[in-house]
Design a protein. Sequence first.
Length: 135
Amino acid sequence: MDRQAAASLPGAPESVSTARSFVRATAAMWRLGEQLVDDAELCISELVGNAVTHTDSLRVHCRIWSARQVLFLEVDDEGRLRLPAVGRASEDDEHGRGMLLVDAFADAWGTAPRAGVSGKTVWAALPMPVRGTAS
């Protein structure tokens, strides 16, 4: 693991914007490229948004870490083990595109049960540009 950062947030809708700020601040310290930051902000928004909307979590825990030119985003929830899925929303639907966006921007994503506690971790992996190339 190259580096890591974590934040614990209330299981409330306003935590989505706090998670985006957390990712942006961390990315600035790590000097990540603007496109990667934009993609990471979008993904963390959807992961945290799902956690606070579709579970009964009192808190969500966000992690961002990098290893081998991959940026990992993880969100732990404390709710029921309801797994996210890539949905197909109709043109008139106001919701249902979150994991479709994560699937489009991330090289991979998935879920894992949390050991010894209720809930799960939902993660996404985004490729990091090699230093010295366009970002």
